[in-house]
Design a protein around this ligand. Sequence first.
Ligand SMILES: *[C@@H]1O[C@H](CO)[C@@H](O)[C@H](O)[C@H]1NC(C)=O
Length: 288
Amino acid sequence: MASLSSSNSVLFVFCIAVINSLIAASAGNLNQDFQITWGDGRAKILNNGELLTLSLDKASGSGFQSNIEYLFGQIDMQLKLVPGNSAGTVTAYYLSSKGSTWDEIDFEFLGNSTGEPYTLHTNVFSQGKGNREQQFHLWFDPSADFHAYSILWNPQHIVFSVDGTPIRKFKNLESKGVPYPKNQAMRIYSSLWNADDWATRGGLVKTDWSQAPFTASYRNFKANACVWSSGASSCGSNSVNTNSWLSQELDSAGEEKLKWVQKNYMIYNYCTDSKRFPQGYPPECSMA
Ligand SMILES: *[C@@H]1O[C@H](CO)[C@@H](O)[C@H](O)[C@H]1NC(C)=O
């Protein structure tokens, strides 16, 4: 009996290991998770699904979207942005629902002249209303290597992180009358496009097409998320640990890092733009 149960437990452990490796493998295959949506061959999934590239030339940009819709999640992706003179290019990486009262959580990377810093632009839309921009410079060159850009979206808050460092938190303040994205499933979208009419100090610097094609790369996508399908949400509750993100709060170390980024790297905050809000700031600004 003893030997039977011990061989069963060996078999059990073996099966768990196989299942885990299958989950890990599928999480790493961009072919399964995404589809190219536009760009006429300018977007490519390479190396058996390990790498995705978007490119932009004078004729067109390109883009992709997730196959799955999510309703809450911890969503991680590594990006390597357009190197060199990227002024005028914009790489957008965001979550969005559909319809006229959509929700959206945005990362947008505004390129710059060689050696000048990218601007990381963030925004949160709830029920079709955005106007919540915060912009940052980064503490590294985001075009030199891959870095992780993450969105934690749970019922309590939305946290934007870069390489695990929180840069922005948008709290659920529904109880104070601020709409919060929580009822509409969102897909992941990304695109690389030309925005030299506005992205570079209001269109002052033009895209240098002699440097085209411009390329941004993606890898190591991972989503611990609730998947929305046929009108129902499933959070894959096979393991308590994998869903800890659903109730995750920033710990005090996370709050400290967030403060550090906001103090040293934030270059624009709608909550301090008094010219823009002469009648008073949006309510979440005083409650954050
Ligand atoms: C480009 O760099 C300049 C100089 O550092 C900076 O003022 C500007 O905000 C940057 N532009 C973008 C689009 O990031």
